[in-house]
Ligand binder design. Structure first.
Ligand SMILES: [Zn+2]
Length: 377
């Protein structure tokens, strides 16, 4: 159940109560693609860096180790030893982005595995069954994420099919939640708004899917090649047509600035691989902008990545040491950088929530953006 605690303009401060605990929103979900965050980050680490929700990818877990195996082992929570909320995506995005030789039909998508090339079929029912086997807290509806530059006619057909798929997802989810051997019988279902960069298609779709009275609503198909301005415009147009008393989720977004802009437009949930991916390459977020630890000027820098940061990297180690680890290709270097970046994101979300509680989000946002746009030392 979602409670809208406070609003400042369109920005929402809320909480989502689930069987795996309560999520304070706005929140950034930390992306653990194959049930682990890349960079040797353990679930014990996640507790230290203020992670509220972990996100895993259905397609990857279906291919390896297989969702039936995860179910036999008690579901994803038990498998990875994490008792807080987990969101699984539908698998659709990976089917459309990773696989070759895919064929979209009314019943679903036929494609080849990116690991061993074997033929796989996935439709709305299969996606729900896999996510039910994984027993995540929140399941995402199976949809088609049309390319940002797709032609209008294509997008219209695609969105109509995504709506029909969503209805099938809802039916299948309630059937699965009623089965005796289902691990999480309270699994939540979020629907996904699509429509590329056509605001009118997005609005019609939002109106249509809110009638289904789902547990939450995502805006999908953004951050796939359109400009930031186009993305903000779509959010301005579309989010007002999604119910304010349900959680909203902007999929795959983004930079700290994108997140601040998303919160302002009424988004509760975010996820993105940037903090972990950038961390693995020594690119670190600070309140004074991004720094690249491979830069020679950090060779003798005995300060932490960021003064005052409480993350496991900054509370013990210097920039010079972590830089040395990265250059020596020691796994610890990558791990510390990922932990710092995720802590930075999770802390920013905490600051956003605090500022909303105080009714000062707008001034917080302005100050944060100014700080981060200064050239880093
Ligand atoms: Zn830090």
């Amino acid at each position: 159940m979602y409670r809208l605690l406070k609003q400042e303009g369109r920005a929402k401060r809320g909480e989502l109560v689930t069987v795996h605990g309560t999520v304070q929103t706005p929140v950034f979900m930390n992306v653990g693609t194959v049930a682990a965050i890349k960079g040797a980050v353990s679930t014990g680490d996640l507790e230290q860096i203020k992670t509220q929700v972990q996100l895993s990818n259905t397609y990857h877990l279906h291919v390896r180790p297989g969702d039936k195996i995860v179910k036999q082992l008690g579901g994803l929570h038990k498998f990875m030893s994490w008792d807080k909320p987990i969101l699984t995506d539908s698998g659709g995005f990976q089917v459309f982005s990773l696989s070759t030789l895919r064929k979209i039909k009314e019943e679903g998508v036929y494609f080849n595995s990116h690991i061993d090339g074997r033929k796989i079929f996935m439709g709305p029912e299969e996606s729900m069954q896999i996510q039910s086997n994984l027993a995540s807290t929140i399941a995402m509806a199976f949809d088609e994420c049309a390319p940002a530059k797709a032609e209008r006619g294509y997008v219209e057909n695609s969105v109509a099919r995504t709506t029909r798929w969503l209805e099938r997802c809802k039916t299948e989810m309630s059937r699965l939640n009623g089965l005796a051997d289902t691990i999480n019988k309270k699994q939540l279902l979020f629907g996904i708004n699509q429509g590329a960069i056509y605001a009118d298609i997005r609005i019609e779709h939002a109106k249509r899917i809110r009638e289904l009275d789902l547990d939450g609503y995502a805006v999908g198909g953004l951050a796939v090649g359109e400009t930031h301005e186009e993305m903000y415009h779509i959010l301005d147009e579309t989010v007002p047509y999604l119910p304010a008393d349900k959680p909203t989720y902007l999929m795959g977004v983004g930079t700290p600035a994108n997140i601040l802009e998303g919160v302002e437009r009424g988004i509760d949930f975010f996820d993105c691989v940037y903090p972990s991916r950038n961390g693995r390459h020594g690119h670190l977020y600070t309140n004074q902008g991004k720094i690249n630890l491979f830069n020679a000027k950090f060779e003798l820098d005995d300060r932490p990545i960021e003064e005052g940061c409480g993350c496991p990297a900054c509370s013990r180690y210097s920039r010079a040491y972590i830089r040395h680890l990265l250059k020596a290709k020691e796994m610890l270097g990558m791990r510390l950088c990922v932990l710092h970046n995720l802590y930075f994101y999770n802390t920013m979300m905490e600051e956003i929530r605090d500022s909303l509680d105080r009714g000062e989000f707008s001034s917080y946002k302005k100050a944060k953006l100014e700080g981060m746009s200064r050239p880093a030392e």
